[in-house]
Design a protein. Structure first.
Ligand SMILES: *[C@@H]1O[C@H](CO)[C@@H](O)[C@H](O)[C@H]1NC(C)=O
Ligand SMILES: *[C@@H]1O[C@H](CO)[C@@H](O)[C@H](O)[C@H]1NC(C)=O
Ligand SMILES: *[C@@H]1O[C@H](CO)[C@@H](O)[C@H](O)[C@H]1NC(C)=O
Ligand SMILES: *[C@@H]1O[C@H](CO)[C@@H](O)[C@H](O)[C@H]1NC(C)=O
Ligand SMILES: *[C@@H]1O[C@H](CO)[C@@H](O)[C@H](O)[C@H]1NC(C)=O
Length: 532
């Protein structure tokens, strides 16, 4: 009977079974939220804060019709979803026109050759400080082995720092050229009240998908009396290692397995800011279903220094024999044997322009153009941006200038990017459209000699990496996805004040094998308005 049904579906579906579709309709509104017990204006999705989880399977087509019922333009972006051949759907202002108030836009994206834990967030203005974020999970197809037994439960844990101030107030502080004060609290799944509960049953094992959706702070995550087994980082199955605590830098996602193997009572989950003064801590409860004993103090201590964190980062490796999204093992792509065609050195600097605080990459502080760069490129509209408007390495001078910074790169080249952080605070960088190999990180200045210590075997493959204070991080990336891709600081105020640019991955061949046509429903704005 089942075989017959499968056969019918197969025939009806055409000559080959098509990848499934999943449809969502989302209503974006302002509404009251009380993450710290006091009323705040939040951005809700279908009335929820945080927004709903997106469940999907590798290669699923995800169709999300977003109705913007805010009184201002709005866009969602999908951190870690690669949007292959389709940067039009990326949902940042460099690729996609904002959804005007009262209108809607349907995102059409495919989770092509991806697995793992990611999140979405609102990309315009300072909306991210008001909510509008939620988790994305891409499960393996049933035929592809996952390198650990199916967990008994699977929890989303969105953690992030939070301000009591309204997001528009925060934005106006930045617009006036000042920096923001330190955040007020840490939220766990939208709650800063220390009472979010995760229920577990004695003896069972749970997957926790932890994403830092906050605005600036690295967070340490730990559970009283329990160790965690790291299994996944942004779509890569890792060598499974036991951790007593985990640093999650802003914008990053991790999966850990936790076994409820302790006496049945309640335990604290602690999340606290790292490398900061003061240290903000929030807690949640790991509740054993038969527990009658509340969690007791003291909280498990946070690890100490930056060196501990650097050591942990370096210890995170790809399990080369495990499957990823495809049947072939993750290690079958021998990135260490590919010749690097270009090294782009990326240096972050703060600076003042007209006595206002700005942040720059290689001396250039990004300003948005009047038209999304991808659309200007597509319609050949001159004068919106200039490829090469930002140098390939940090300049000697500390002067900064404003520009619509775009780095040009050729399709199918293999590029090294070195993030050089001469500042005394931690940086977190994210690249849209790609995952990259984190081949090295260390204290001090990067020199070509630093390549000798690169991990060319089993570096982790992800889309967001930290750079420690006065340190460097090197990544390798195979530029196999044509489009206009945002490379940005995940420190949201810095991103807002210019610490970002676009990487234009280009081929002169115009073919839908390399890049899709503009979606038929694309909103057109700026100088692209009225084009076809
Ligand atoms: C969205 O929510 C608002 C406020 O609850 C409501 O007025 C509106 O009708 C909703 N729109 C859709 C498309 O559901
Ligand atoms: C807006 O939603 C309608 C369905 O309600 C859909 O037909 C239309 O394509 C959507 N608009 C865009 C720009 O995606
Ligand atoms: C790596 O993956 C393989 C294949 O699934 C699995 O058997 C092995 O336990 C994993 N090793 C580690 C150290 O995670
Ligand atoms: C939550 O717990 C932490 C750690 O005990 C404490 O510092 C914080 O003030 C608590 N927050 C609230 C809202 O009670
Ligand atoms: C890399 O470069 C070396 C030296 O130029 C060359 O011998 C080798 O064939 C190249 N490897 C690949 C995979 O292109």
């Amino acid at each position: 009977m089942l075989h017959l049904l499968v056969l019918i579906l197969y025939v009806v579906g055409g000559t080959r079974a098509e990848d499934p579709y999943r449809f969502f309709t989302w209503n974006i509104t302002y509404g009251d939220i009380y993450p710290l017990g006091i009323r705040q204006q939040g951005i809700l999705i279908n009335g929820q804060f945080p927004g709903p989880d997106i469940y999907s399977v590798t290669n699923d087509n995800i169709i999300i019709n977003v109705f913007n019922n805010l009184p201002e333009p709005f866009l969602l972006s999908w951190s870690g979803v690669q949007q292959r051949k389709n940067s039009f759907q990326d949902g940042v202002y460099g690729t996609t026109c904002p959804i005007p108030p009262g209108q809607n836009f349907t995102y059409t994206m495919q989770m092509k050759d991806q697995i793992g834990s990611f999140y979405y967030f609102p990309s315009l203005a300072f909306h991210k400080a008001a909510g509008g974020f939620g988790a994305i999970r891409i499960l393996s197809r049933p035929s592809i082995p996952v390198p650990f037994p199916e967990p008994d439960g699977d929890y989303t844990i969105l953690i992030g720092d939070w301000y009591k101030a309204n997001h528009k107030v925060l934005q106006s502080v930045l617009d006036s050229g000042k920096m923001l004060a330190f955040p007020d609290a840490v939220l766990i799944n939208g709650n800063g009240g220390n009472n979010t509960q995760f229920t577990v049953e004695q003896g069972k094992t749970y997957r926790l998908r932890i994403s830092n959706v906050g605005l600036r702070n690295s967070l340490n995550f730990r559970i009283q009396g329990h160790s965690m087994k790291l299994v996944e980082v942004e779509g890569t199955h890792t060598v499974q290692t036991m951790l007593s605590s985990l640093d999650v830098h802003v914008g990053q996602s991790y999966s850990v397995l936790v076994t409820a193997d302790q006496p049945p009572q309640d335990y604290h989950i602690a999340v606290s800011t790292r490398f900061s003064s003061p240290v903000l801590t929030s807690t949640a409860v790991l509740h054993y279903s038969t527990s009658r004993t509340p969690a007791s103090s003291p909280l498990p201590p946070a690890p100490e220094d930056v060196q501990w964190s650097l050591n942990q980062a370096r210890s995170i490796r790809t399990n080369l024999t495990a499957s990823g999204p495809r049947p072939n093992p993750q290690g079958s792509y021998h990135y260490g044997q590919i010749n690097v065609t270009r090294t782009i050195r990326v240096g972050n600097t703060p600076g003042l322009l007209n006595r206002k605080q700005r942040y720059a990459v290689n001396g250039v502080s990004f300003v948005a153009a009047d038209t999304p760069l991808k659309l200007a490129d597509y319609f050949n509209i001159d004068g919106v941006f200039r490829v090469g408007s930002i140098p390939d390495s940090p300049p000697v001078s500390r002067d900064i200038r404003k520009d619509t910074a775009v780095v040009g790169a050729d399709y199918r080249t293999f590029v090294e990017i070195v993030f050089e952080n001469r500042e005394n605070i931690l940086q977190s960088w994210h690249l849209d459209g790609y995952s990259f190999f984190v081949v090295g990180m260390d204290a001090g200045s990067w020199t070509p000699d630093s390549k000798k210590q690169y991990n060319l075997q089993d570096a982790v493959f992800r889309s967001t990496t930290q750079v420690y204070p006065k340190s460097w991080t090197a990544i390798y990336v195979a530029l196999d996805n044509v489009g206009m891709w945002n490379l940005r600081s995940e420190f949201w105020a810095r991103q807002y004040l210019g610490q970002q640019f676009y990487l234009r991955v280009y081929t002169p061949v115009k073919s839908t094998r390399d890049e899709y046509l503009i979606p038929s429903n694309a909103l057109l704005c700026g100088r692209a308005a009225g084009r076809s």
